[in-house]
Write a protein that binds this ligand. Sequence first.
Ligand SMILES: [Zn+2]
Length: 338
Amino acid sequence: MRGAVIHAPGDVRYEERADPTIVEPTDAVIRTVAACVCGSDLWRYRGISSVPKPTPIGHEYVGVVEEVGSSVTSVRPGQFVVGGFLTSDNTCAVCRKGALANCLHRTGYDGCQAELIRVQNADGTLIATPETPADDLVPGILSLSDVMCTGWHAAVSADVRPGSTVVVVGDGAVGLSGVLAASQLGAERIIAMSRHASRQAIATDFGATHIVAERGDEGIAHVLDLTDGIGADSVLECVGTTESVTQALRAARPGGQVGWVGVPHDPEFPQQHMFWANVGLRGGPAPVRAYLPDLLERVWSRTIDPGRVFDLTLPLAEVADAYAAMDERRAIKVLLQP
Ligand SMILES: [Zn+2]
């Protein structure tokens, strides 16, 4: 089979690789129907995270089950499935508490931007759709592999509830998904911080009631104008830089809560905006498998269309162009088709 391998910053190649096989009885092998590039993949592409050796890349996928190990019971060959960016057994002590991203037996993947994918912990990771989805549902289902569940996790971690005032920091695919999540969870006022017209338009369609284009002190001043001068009940941090975390903490009202899903790459931590303001900060990798049944139902019933974050579709063989397009911000998120 063929798949994407990152060799060095800026150097992603589509290469011949060994076909994955069933190694453990809990494994499944799936044939990819669609995959995509994550904002977090760009950390290595941009050289911010290191690439010590050529490494298969990608962790978002939907596909059709080819083969399952002898102990797999919840999915069978021929079914259309989606799974999260980490695998989980859904049975260990941590999973039973609902924190499935921290499963004691979690694993990653050997590159999902590929024609075939080995999925470990198949029973605790994959969920099958009721039937083979219509083509136009595939992007929405694919978004549940990471980006929509991550936006949802930001909203849940920020304690968004009916009537909440919400600020979303970050207008990438996760931030836009966070807007949609906040809207679905009943937020009354959703302020999307975005400087790009095309992203503002999606944010508005997803439920944003206000757009704030400024950043820094000006951005905070505009947020305060829209929140009775006190800041938002809930803030979704969907970037991960010190600047954006600081912006998120400052946008929260006293006693407010920040949901943090932007992967941090900087040790600095703006404590001064937390302790004295009684602002909470909680988040991390999303427990995808915990959110999947509910969110798949919302997509399947066409209640939500989170697949709109994909604004470019390319053949998987052109995966290098997909990275370039996202790196250069020519695309919000690229869907790849084998
Ligand atoms: Zn577990």
